[in-house]
Design a protein around this ligand. Structure first.
Ligand SMILES: [Zn+2]
Length: 72
């Protein structure tokens, strides 16, 4: 029985398809900066901002960057 608290992986929901994406650890060091990334499932261009949440948690704000995507 493990009582250890593993650090929570930083995750965010893709605003377009709802896929749970994992945030790379190097992005977590740059808080309050905008990072462009791609959803692992739908490959849409997303912008994420890492902020401090309550306690030791992280808040990740993800927004979809509108771009020309006729194949949506
Ligand atoms: Zn997606």
């Amino acid at each position: 029985m493990q009582m250890k608290h593993d650090p929570r992986p930083a995750e965010y929901l893709c605003p377009d398809c709802g896929h749970i994406n994992i945030v790379s650890s190097h992005l977590l060091r740059d808080k309050y900066c905008e990072h462009e990334t791609h959803c692992a499932r739908c490959n849409h261009l997303l912008e994420i901002v890492v902020t401090d949440g309550l306690g030791d948690s992280m808040n990740i704000i993800a927004s979809s960057l509108n771009y020309e995507d006729p194949a949506a």
